[in-house]
Unconditional design. Structure first.
Lengths: 275, 319
C-alpha cells in the first residue's frame, strides 16, 4: 500500500467515525464504543481485502463475493457507514439508522438490507453461521472467503467454542475471524467480569491459526487478512483495539458501550473528528 | 389412502430412508446431526452421502446456527437430534439464526414426548411443540405413522421455509398407505362421528382409534380429526367438527400447555367457542419406564383414553 492510499484510507476511517457518531446521535441510541473500535478493520476489509459487489445480486460474479458477517451485531453503525461508503446504498439513508421502518436495523437484518448475509445481534452465533457458509462454499467449490467479526466479550458465549471446534474439525480454511479485542464489556473490564485468559492460545488449542495485530493499523490489517486467505486452517486475527477509538472522552470507557452522546458531547466528538 | 396392513413400523426409519432417497434426487440436501445419527437414523444419509453429512458432535447450538449458514448458501439442511436438545438447548439459535432470517432449515427431531421411555424426564420433550410454534416463520408438523412421515419429509424438502418436524421414538401401526399425501392446509378426518370430536396427531392417533372402538361398544360415536400440521393450523376442520358435535377433546403426547390442545383452544375461542378438554401431560415432568407403562400412567393408551372420554362424555351429558 503506498503512502497516498494509506492516507486516503485513514481519512475514510475518520469520515466513517463522524458518520457513526452522527447516526448514533440521530438515533438517540446505539453502541459508539464497539463501533469505533471496528472502523479500521471494516474499512480495510471492504476496501482492500474482500471481493465485494455493492450492487448486491445484480452482478454475474456475485456468488464469488467474499462473505462478511458482523457477529458482534451491535457495531452495526460502522458496518452501515462502511457499506454506504462503498456503494451498497446511499449515504443519505444513514440518518434512518434505528428509526422505525429503516433498513438499518439496530442490529443487522438480512431481511431488511441487501449486503447483510445473515441476521445477527444475539452474540455467539455468527461464527457458527459463518462456518456453515464456509462449509457450503467448499461443497460448491466456491473459492471465496468468509470473514466474520467477533467481539471479545462475545467469546464468553459457549456457542463460539462449539463453532471454533467445528471449523477446525471440518478444516474450514476459507474462514477468517477477527476478534475486536478492546478489553471492555458492558459491565466493566473483561478481565474482571469473566476473564478470557489467553485468546490466542485458546484458539490455537482448538486447531486454528492465529495472528495478532494492532486493530487500528491499516497495513497490519491488510497483511493479516492476506496471510489468513492463504492459510490451510481457519484463522483468527486477534486485533488489539481501543473501545471508543477516535473520540477522546469515549476511549476505553465502558460507559460508552451502549449510549448516545448528548448535544454537547456530539459536538465535541465531531470537532475531534474533523479533518 | 388408509392402510389395511396394520403392522407396526418405525417412524424414525421412515425419516432415515426417505432422507437418503431425497439425497440422491436433490444435491442441495445436507444433513447435520449431534452425535445421535444412529438414533435419529440420519446415518443412512451419512453412509450414502458422507460429503454432505456433518456430524456436529454434542453441540446443538452450533448445529442449528451452522445449518442457518448452510441454508444461506442455498443448501437445504436437515438438522436432527432428540426433540429435547434440538428445541430446548438450541431454541435461541433456531429463533435468531434460522427463523428470523427465514432460512430453509428443516429441524427433524426424534424422541418427542414421554415415549422416550426408560431414559426418563431429562430426555422427554413435552414442551417442544409449544416453544417451536411460538417462533414466527416456523411450520410445525407432527406426523402419525411411517407413510405420513415419508410424505412429510418429502414435503419439507420440496417447500421453502423453516420447519419443525417432531417424530416419536415408537413403532406405530400403519394408518395411511403409500398413496397418502401430506397437505399442511388440511387436517384429516379419520372417522365421522356425532357425539364428540377428538383432535389429535402423532403417535396418539393410533391410540385414539383404539379408544374409538372401545367407545363404540359403549354406544359413543366419536369423530376423529388428525391434525398433523399444528402451525399453520387448519381452522376450518377444527371449527367444522366443533360445530358438528359441540364438544372437543384434544389428545397429545405433549404438555397440555402450548401444544395441539392450546392451538385448538385458540382457534375455537376466536371462531366458534366450544367446550374443549385437553388430554396430555399436565404441567409435569415425565419419568423412566417402558413406553406402554408410561402411556398408561399418563392416560394416553387407547384403553385409558376410552375410560376418560367415557367419563367426560357422561359428565357433559348429565349437566
Amino acid at each position: 500500500m503506498d503512502k497516498t492510499e494509506l492516507e486516503n484510507l485513514n481519512k475514510t476511517c475518520k469520515k466513517i467515525r463522524r458518520e457513526v457518531i452522527e447516526m448514533i446521535y440521530n438515533a438517540k441510541s446505539g453502541h459508539p464504543g464497539g463501533s469505533l473500535s471496528a472502523v479500521e478493520i471494516l474499512t480495510t476489509l471492504f476496501k482492500k481485502c474482500m471481493n465485494i459487489y455493492p450492487d448486491w445480486d445484480k452482478n454475474p460474479n456475485f456468488k464469488n463475493r467474499d462473505r462478511f458477517i458482523l457477529s458482534k451485531g451491535h457495531a452495526s453503525a460502522t458496518l452501515y457507514a462502511v457499506m454506504a461508503e462503498y456503494g451498497y446504498f446511499s449515504e443519505s439513508e444513514l440518518n434512518t439508522f434505528r428509526h422505525f421502518g429503516t433498513k438499518l436495523q439496530g442490529h443487522p437484518s438480512c431481511k431488511m438490507l441487501n449486503g447483510i448475509e445473515v441476521s445477527t445481534g444475539s452474540l455467539g452465533q455468527g461464527l457458527s453461521m459463518a462456518n456453515g457458509i464456509a462449509l457450503a462454499m467448499k461443497l460448491d467449490k466456491n473459492p471465496a472467503n468468509v470473514f466474520v467479526y467477533l467481539g471479545d466479550g462475545e467469546l464468553q458465549e459457549g456457542n463460539i467454542w462449539e463453532a471454533a471446534m467445528a471449523a477446525a474439525h471440518y478444516k474450514s480454511d476459507n474462514l477468517i475471524a477477527f476478534v475486536d479485542y478492546n478489553g471492555l464489556q458492558i459491565d466493566g473490564k473483561i478481565c474482571d467480569i469473566m476473564n478470557l485468559g489467553d485468546i490466542s492460545k485458546k484458539f490455537e488449542a482448538f486447531g486454528w491459526d492465529t495472528i495478532s495485530i494492532d486493530g487500528h493499523n491499516i497495513e497490519q490489517i491488510e497483511n493479516a487478512a492476506n496471510l489468513a486467505k492463504k492459510n490451510q486452517k481457519p484463522t483468527v486475527i486477534i486485533a488489539k483495539t481501543i473501545k471508543g477509538k477516535g473520540v477522546s472522552f469515549m476511549e476505553n470507557q465502558t460507559s460508552w458501550h451502549g449510549k448516545a452522546p448528548n448535544k454537547d458531547e456530539y459536538e465535541l466528538a465531531m470537532k475531534e473528528l474533523e479533518d | 389412502m388408509y392402510s389395511t396392513n396394520k403392522e407396526k413400523k418405525s417412524i424414525r426409519s421412515a425419516y432415515g430412508k426417505t432422507l437418503a432417497e431425497l439425497g440422491k434426487i436433490n444435491p442441495n440436501i445436507v444433513v447435520l446431526d449431534a452425535d445421535l445419527s444412529c438414533s435419529t437414523q440420519t446415518k443412512q444419509f451419512a453412509q450414502a452421502y458422507p460429503e454432505r453429512f456433518f456430524n456436529m458432535g454434542i453441540a446443538e447450538q452450533n448445529m442449528m446456527a451452522t445449518a442457518a449458514g448452510l441454508a444461506r448458501e442455498g443448501k437445504i439442511p436437515f438438522a436432527s437430534t432428540f426433540a429435547m436438545f434440538a428445541t430446548g438447548r438450541a431454541w435461541e439459535q433456531i429463533r435468531n439464526s434460522i427463523a428470523y432470517s427465514n432460512f430453509n432449515v428443516k429441524i427433524v427431531a426424534t424422541h418427542g414426548g414421554i415415549t422416550v421411555g426408560e431414559d426418563g424426564a431429562s430426555h422427554q420433550a413435552l414442551e417442544d411443540i409449544s416453544i417451536m410454534r411460538s417462533i414466527p416463520n416456523m411450520t410445525v408438523i407432527v406426523p402419525c405413522d411411517y407413510n405420513e412421515t415419508v410424505s412429510v419429509i418429502k414435503y419439507a424438502a420440496e417447500h421453502y421455509g423453516p420447519m419443525y418436524i417432531r417424530l416419536a421414538r415408537t413403532n406405530v401401526i400403519n394408518i395411511f398407505d403409500e398413496t397418502y399425501e401430506f397437505n399442511p392446509e388440511k387436517a384429516v378426518k379419520i372417522k365421522d362421528g356425532s357425539d364428540l370430536s377428538v383432535i389429535t396427531n402423532g403417535e396418539t392417533l393410533a391410540e385414539v382409534i383404539d379408544a374409538s372402538d372401545i367407545l363404540a361398544e359403549k354406544g359413543i360415536n366419536i369423530e376423529i380429526i388428525h391434525c398433523p400440521c399444528i402451525k399453520p393450523i387448519d381452522k376450518k376442520s377444527i371449527t367444522d367438527t366443533a360445530q358438528k358435535t359441540g364438544y372437543v377433546i384434544t389428545v397429545e403426547n405433549h404438555s397440555i400447555i402450548g401444544g395441539l390442545g392450546s392451538s385448538v383452544c385458540e382457534v375455537l375461542s376466536e371462531n366458534y367457542p366450544a367446550k374443549v378438554l385437553r388430554i396430555g401431560t399436565n404441567d409435569e415432568f415425565g419419568q423412566s419406564g417402558e413406553q406402554r407403562v408410561l402411556m398408561d400412567f399418563y392416560g394416553l393408551t387407547g384403553e385409558k383414553l376410552a375410560e376418560r372420554i367415557f367419563e367426560e362424555y357422561k359428565k357433559e351429558n348429565n349437566k
